[in-house]
Design a protein around this ligand. Sequence first.
Ligand code: SER
Length: 643
Amino acid sequence: MAEQRFCKAKVGGSTPLSGFMNSSDIRKKFLDFFKTKDHSIIPSASLVPSETDPTVLFTTAGMQPLVPYLLGADHPGGRRVANVQKCVRTVDIEEVGDPRHLTFFEMMGNWSFGDPNSHDGIGSGYFKKEAIEWSWEFLTDKKWLGLDKSRLAVSVFAGDDDAPFDEEAFNAWRKLGVAENRIARLPKKNNWWGPAGVTGPCGPDTEIFYWTGEPNETPESFNDDNDLWVEIWNNVFMQYNKGLDGKYYPLAQKNVDTGMGLERMAMVMQEKDNVYETDLFVPILEKLKAQSLPTACLSGRQRQAGSKLKTTAKNLKLEEKERAERIIADHIKASVLIIGDEVAPSNVGRGYILRRLIRRAVRYGRVLGIEGLFLSEIALPVFEIYKEFYPEFLQKKDMILGVIQEEETKFNKTLEKGLREFKKIVSRAGEEMISGKDAFILFSTFGFPVEITLEMAKEQGIKVNKTEFDKEFEDHQKISRTAAAGMFKGGLADAEEKTVKYHTATHLLHQALKLVLGESVAQKGSNINSERLRFDFSYPEKVTKEQIEKVEGLVNERIKENLPVSWTEMDLEEARKSGAIGLFGHKYEDKVKVYTIGEADKFFSKEICMGPHVPSTGQLGRFKIVKEEAVSAGIRRIKAILE
Ligand code: SER
């Protein structure tokens, strides 16, 4: 009991320091500041990049949704915009748990589309001089962040064969009074950003660092090798376009693209030495510690202080515990926000990343000795932290918690057995690697994403034959694709006429749902027999009686119009461009069949599908929805009949 009281007092009771500024204030100040510099404040784009950007699974930087404008398109907000963008990066997932790496983070940014000479009636752009002056003003002016100038340093591009030393940036810093020995000249590896893909806009950048060590120990000269200098802001000057030939061509439109991580800035403003001790994480960790009491109740600092007296082995264990807690906190937060942007766990693409995050958090829960379901409880503070800035996401709370719980429950069912199987596999492997076949069994039978197997194997000092795993995986995909196609064809070939009719009615229903409930409705499942159709789709709430009637009405009107049903074969990209709906996340063969209901230039529905369908909708009879219900959080099910 005494121990619990002690834990609570410590965890909840960190007294704000004089310079304390909470993360909401930082966001607000940033946006207010750029408003005073005539920027339009734009909302964060979704974590799911637009369909037109197939290069990445998630939005990884503030500039990403803005690429068309960086390349010259007119932004409705004008030539100066600023925002706070939700981002997910999973390349650093193994680093999560150290003081600074996260999978979900927010990036504050300001942009100029075009240099000062580009006036076109919607406000002028700006370039290096203004961007640097404003960065300095925002960071150091007492009205804004008021950071101590003597703890700041910067780096600029040193120059190479592709582009010269960034003298303009260097001079701008000098003019602001930054000492020469606090301006490092660094090569492309450090001071160049982009392109985000193989080609595209890029250019030299200037990075701003803050000394997080003792103030009176701030070194005279800036040396980016010292970890206590933390990068807090990056100003990219996009003035080149990297071509396919690997050469850098001057961009017609010069841009500024800046990015400042909110979590790091919160760490600086709240005088912490890691992001997990800021207000963006403390409530999540508190909840987690309360679940794993008493063993995991000491905070990082206490452990470190205490660990000095303990043996090295014990010390290591405490660090491992802290890392596990941080990983869970990071992963649950990322999962909540990713689900909030309408991604569901699956075995492909984004859904797979989400699955990995949730399952990895579950496994680390076990490492901490937490039994049973715990993730949705830990997720609650995430809503508290973000509800003010992303209010729309609070409305999806039940759906998000439901998805987390469902995924956790699924994994929990196989986790224990899977862990036992893993032990057997390790002892069987002996000195050898874990075979790809075994890793595949852990994946397919026990639901272990291969990255989790790799990680557990590493902890045991053993390797996994990943190449063999990949081959197993590929082979399995082929088999299941063929089986699915066979089942589909076979099933429908034997089916009576009625089944074919239900199939066409399903296409009408799918499109009608999109029209009535919105474009975000996506098919999650479909099942047809000669008695009825069943259709599952994503939608956060119960469909009202009026909406059901509207959907029925739309389908029945199309039936009455006796629209033609036709198909053509095309490649997937063409299908996507033509406006066809379908399960784009799935791997289709190169050529797909696209079914159109209605005339080619005035169609009602266009969908990727193998068929078959009736030749015209007039044959369907009367369409009636007989049931609407929830299947799981965020997924609704409709059963309908043809009378
Ligand atoms: N694009 C740059 C970055 O990601 C600046 O926003 O750091």
